[in-house]
Ligand binder design. Sequence first.
Ligand SMILES: C[S@@+](CC[C@H](N)C(=O)[O-])C[C@H]1O[C@@H](n2cnc3c(N)ncnc32)[C@H](O)[C@@H]1O
Ligand code: SF4
Length: 379
Amino acid sequence: MSGIYIHIPFCRKKCSYCDFHFSTSLKHKTELLAALQKEIVLKQKLFKKESVNTIYFGGGTPSILNELELNQLVEIIHNNYNVDENMEFTIECNPDDITSKKLNEYKKSGVNRLSIGIQSFFDDDLQFFNRAHNANEAAQSILKTQDAGIENITIDLIYNSPLLTLKKWEQNLDKFISLNVPHLSAYTLTVEPKTALHHLVKTKQTSLPTDEQAIEQFKLLMEKTKQAGLIHYEVSNFGKEGYFSQHNSNYWKGQNYLGIGPSAHSFMNNNSSQKRSWNVANNTKYIKAINQNTPYFEEELIDETTAFNEYILTRLRTIWGLDLEYIKNTFNPVLLNHFEKELEAYKNSKLITISKNTVTLTTKGIFVVDKITADLFYV
Ligand SMILES: C[S@@+](CC[C@H](N)C(=O)[O-])C[C@H]1O[C@@H](n2cnc3c(N)ncnc32)[C@H](O)[C@@H]1O
Ligand code: SF4
């Protein structure tokens, strides 16, 4: 089980909250796509023995690509990797890019899952976020995708944002449920440095809801999705049975993945060692380095303590939880002692459940996941 992630670092507009790597200038798109093709071939040697069961085009805005551009990348992946015929193939789409024509092209290219960046079904939120789409396009993009016969859809929604009341959040969730979409990623708005949102908050032109209001919104999110039959399988992710993101689940379960494109990360676990690498987050530098055969990424060997902390960080946020047998068999006595001592303190807290050698969070525990994680970390 392993995945390939392709980063498409272009967007039509800069959303007010976003600090992902992208450029709003499409001037170097052709050179960048040629560099991506080269990197796909270059990294093939790392994945010789792997069977690829997920492909994920993320961004930036992958739906900016035309049919030919997407197909060239897909073909090179198929020619160089051992792609499982039942793979999950996701593409992130902005609602304003979704047309019936595009959806049919996607189906022909093998895309079988769409991740649509809705964010909100309200125009005032979308304008505040500086999104390129409006509320009508948000709903229409989902209906069009379903009409095209792609039912494996996930949408992104953002809560805890300045203009979002509890009532509006409820309406957003009701709209999501009424559209019968099988998966939701719901993110609490994070104020990232150097974003327009950061400036607005810093200059007191806007403010986020209070912590209590944020908790109320998260509670409502959990209640509504549960009533609708979705499983809360990761802190920010909710899916019907059979519709969990396989690609992201691979990340959380420590499977290998290759990241292609500027800013993309890769992770390789070769039993004896774990290695992570990250590509330069700059389009011009990336293109130049790929073409001149100079380093375009940095890498690090992951030591045992980091591996332990990362295991806690990713797994505690999921329904799969911490596998006590795995921890016992994998980590050294110092880490084990620390873990057992810290875990003991939580045993009667009603924040965690220990069953069948697995530690998972209770509903109460989900609200304090960051604190529990910090306590279990070895520093
Ligand atoms: C990087 S975007 C790529 C998807 C696509 N370009 C789009 O915007 O529709 C992935 C998702 O991350 C979420 N996101 C990005 N920055 C965020 C922030 N500062 N706070 C909360 N969610 C954020 C948004 O929900 C967004 O849809
Ligand atoms: S949220 Fe999506 S569309 Fe907006 S800037 Fe970030 S990557 Fe681009």
